[in-house]
Design a protein around this ligand. Structure first.
Ligand SMILES: NC(=O)c1ccc[n+]([C@@H]2O[C@H](COP(=O)([O-])OP(=O)(O)OC[C@H]3O[C@@H](n4cnc5c(N)ncnc54)[C@H](O)[C@@H]3O)[C@@H](O)[C@H]2O)c1
Length: 372
């Protein structure tokens, strides 16, 4: 088969959510030349020779537990200012095609299936998707609602781990863009070790933590001791509602705090808070307040305000990751990909500062070159 005829599946867990809908609509818009690829690192010159799947070769599908059709979800995002006005109608047929490939997720309340039965059902959906669409491979990406960390002693796998296990069973590379457990559970240790597939995670680094991974090295390099680093986030949308659950918020905040501990070498005083403000929709405000010492103990403070559209920040990264991990799979790479730490709050190893992570990504872009 010629390289241009190869089609790559992108299977979203949470396929009807804001991030997945923005990625699906955005891919169609950029591929059609309706919008520039702002935010897509894989569309920049260092990746030109990496033989990544083209945007037009991506085929979308996924699981979700709600039934709202993708074109309708996209209209709602346009009303909220996340997608440009007119875009949902311009890419309506691509959204409808992706919508036809979304299968019911789980487990829903009252579902009596065992973990094993759920994993088999999800893996069968993946295999069916690949077969019907003649796909060379399918990358599974978790962009479902953040779930709380499993309670100690819990015997059932969390939903994110059921899907992750299904991806491995179906022979699909896996990406966890959320702070949920996914592959990181002792229950899947053997399956992960023996899967022979590339995987990457966890929790996309799109806003406050992105800024932290740039600023923290500055304090270290200028020998300015950080005394306290506090943060507050206000956001609405589905993510805001999910993170109103203290368990889910704790899972999210652990990643934000890890970036500081890894970069500064200490965990500074201060906490991160997430407040659900439904009126803000997908628009997030994040404040950081950093207290640091200067020469002779002079006390100083840096404050930052980040105002971002969460899904517009996340969607290009999700497309980048799908392309990079698909190519890694084609190249025969297996196991965790610390080279993709640039994209994650809680990566699979590698450096913690954004600049070094970017350098590692560029080296990875070179690794992906070549005939095969
Ligand atoms: N900047 C960002 O937007 C950003 C950054 C990092 C991580 N994330 C993570 O990405 C995820 C998605 O964010 P969003 O704003 O799209 O949220 P959202 O609430 O809009 O979408 C989540 C989707 O997941 C679905 N879902 C819930 N449980 C499911 C299950 N068991 N099986 C299948 N689908 C299920 C929901 O029905 C919903 O459609 C969140 O976990 C969020 O923390 C987002």
């Amino acid at each position: 088969m010629s390289a241009s005829a190869v089609r790559t599946g992108v299977w979203f867990i949470g396929a009807r959510g804001s991030v997945a809908t923005t990625a699906t609509a955005g891919c169609a818009a950029v591929a059609a030349g309706l919008h520039p690829a702002a935010g897509m690192v894989t569309e920049t010159p260092p990746f030109a020779e990496s033989r990544l799947p083209t945007l037009t070769s991506l085929v979308f599908g996924g699981h979700d537990t709600v039934g709202c059709p993708l074109p309708k979800r996209a209209e709602a995002l346009a009303t909220g200012g996340v997608l440009p006005h007119g875009l949902p109608s311009a890419v309506r047929s691509e959204l409808a095609t992706a919508d036809a490939e979304i299968r019911p997720g789980g487990p829903l309340p009252g579902d009596t299936r065992s973990d094993e039965e759920l994993i088999n059902a999800f893996a069968a959906d993946l295999a069916d998707f690949g077969r019907r669409n003649g796909l060379a491979r399918t990358v599974v990406i978790n962009v479902a609602s953040t779930e709380p960390a499993p309670a100690p002693g819990e015997r059932r796998l969390p939903a994110s781990s059921l899907y992750a296990a299904a991806a491995l069973r179906a022979g699909c590379p896996y990406i966890n863009f959320t702070p949920s457990t996914g592959l990181r559970t002792p229950a899947l240790q053997d399956a992960v070790a023996g899967c022979g597939l590339p995987h990457a995670g966890r929790d996309g680094k799109t806003g406050q933590t992105l800024l932290r991974s740039v600023l923290a090295p500055m304090f270290v390099q200028r020998a300015l001791p950080v005394r306290a680093w506090s943060g507050t986030n206000l956001l609405g949308g589905g993510d805001g509602a999910a993170l109103a659950d203290p368990g889910a918020a704790a899972a999210k905040n652990a990643g934000k705090e890890r970036v500081l501990a890894d970069t500064l070498g200490i965990a500074p005083e201060g906490e991160v808070h997430i407040d659900d403000v439904p009126a803000l929709g997908d628009w997030k405000t994040a404040w950081d307040h950093i207290a640091f010492d200067g020469f002779l103990g002079a006390r100083m403070v840096l404050q930052t305000t980040w105002q971002g559209c969460d899904s517009a920040l996340a969607a290009p990264l999700v497309l980048d990751l799908a392309r990079l991990v698909a190519r890694a799979h084609e190249k025969g790479l297996t196991g965790p990909l610390p080279q993709l730490g640039f994209y994650f709050k809680d990566p699979d190893g590698g450096p913690a500062a954004l600049f070094e992570q970017y350098m590692a990504l560029l080296t990875f872009a070179e690794t992906l070159r070549g005939e095969k």
